[in-house]
Design a protein around this ligand. Structure first.
Ligand code: C5P
Length: 333
């Protein structure tokens, strides 16, 4: 049984309930490359799975095809109002179940309860991870009828970050639009402090901003990196985080907006929060800081647990969602 799943049948007497963890991720590095014929962009990214997760409970029901999804949120997981207001069919868990049912004809009724901890629209992959865990759980409930490659096809159709979570890797070099996953070793002995500025970031908007920014700067985005550049980045991962050459291509576009040099309207102030957060993280001892995904969660890397804890305590005076976390291998394996 994978380390992150537990069968709770002994606890729940009525029906066997499968509890599955859907971990968050960080992008330590995120380069946005050329636009493809399908309109999506090629990416090159270092993904890190975190020891911090949503939990999904799958309870089989007698009624064929029944699907009920209920969400609970943990106090600090930010404002989930938009997420809860979504019509059921727009929920990515609903989409994952529909996809699995269409492909396999596995129509057992299901009640799914989700305990959300990962902020929505925070660049931490919460929705994508929920979707991947749903595919894995359904395949397990159906007796493992599909091989990983068939699940991977479904994952890709659900969203760019879903394939990473399906592979259950501690860390990976991710390329293509997110479908090529090369598992790598997660860095050791580091502490990650996540700070969410309190607003979500919409991925499609972030790509539009980036494209406008690049046009304005006449910056070419380039195609895929050669093997040498990839190797350089991967080698750096095991070195001192102070020397990490990692970047997030969305960040300069957001900061350009924050500095008011393009008409950002009210969101201009929102993006200023990134500058504040990075400055505070540095002041508090972070040896590296960055933005995850297309925003909005920032992270700071610490080499001492005590410093990371102290930083959390201080940052919580300003921001509601601040979390100390580790690569998921830290205590799961
Ligand atoms: O994959 P996801 O649903 O998060 O993508 C949301 C939007 O972000 C896409 O519709 C597309 O506009 C943009 N996107 C992109 N290239 C990617 C991923 C997303 O252009 N690799």
């Amino acid at each position: 049984m994978p380390a992150h799943t537990q069968n709770l049948s002994k606890i729940a007497k009525i029906a066997p309930v499968l509890a599955v963890r859907a971990p968050a991720k960080l992008n330590l590095h995120l380069a946005v490359k050329d636009r493809r014929a399908d309109g999506l962009h090629n990416l090159e990214s270092i993904f890190l799975s975190l020891a911090f997760w949503d939990t999904l409970y799958f309870e089989p029901a007698c009624e064929e095809k029944l699907l009920e999804i209920s969400m609970e949120k943990e106090k600090k997981s930010g404002n989930l109002a938009d997420f809860f207001a979504l019509p059921a069919e727009k929920n990515i868990i609903f989409k994952a179940v529909s996809c699995f049912r269409d492909k396999t004809g596995f129509n057992r009724g299901l009640r799914i309860r989700v305990k959300k901890r990962i902020p929505v629209g925070g660049g931490l992959g919460g929705g994508s991870s929920d979707a991947a865990s749903t595919l894995l759980a359904l395949n397990r409930l159906a007796g493992g009828i599909l091989p990983l490659c068939a699940l991977a096809e479904m994952a890709e159709s659900l969203g760019s970050d879903v394939p990473f979570f399906l592979h259950e890797a501690a860390a990976a070099w991710v390329s293509g639009r997110g479908e090529f996953i090369d598992p790598i070793e997660a860095p050791k002995g580091l502490f990650f402090v996540l700070v969410n500025p309190g607003f979500p970031s919409e991925t499609a908007r972030a790509f539009r901003l980036l494209s406008d920014f690049r046009e304005g700067q006449a910056t070419a985005c380039g195609g895929n990196s050669g093997h040498g550049e990839k190797q350089l980045l991967l080698n750096a991962l095991s070195g001192d985080p102070q020397n990490w050459p990692f970047k997030n291509d969305f960040l300069p576009a957001f900061l350009h907006l924050a500095k008011g040099s393009s008409g950002g309207g009210s969101s201009q102030n929102a993006e200023k929060a990134y500058l504040d957060i990075f400055a505070r993280l540095k002041e508090l001892g972070a040896v590296f800081s960055g933005l995850s995904g297309a925003g909005s969660t920032c992270f700071g890397v610490f080499t001492k647990m005590a410093e990371a804890k102290r930083a959390c305590k201080i940052l919580l005076e300003t921001w509601d969602f601040v979390k100390l976390t580790f690569p998921s291998t830290f205590y799961l394996r």
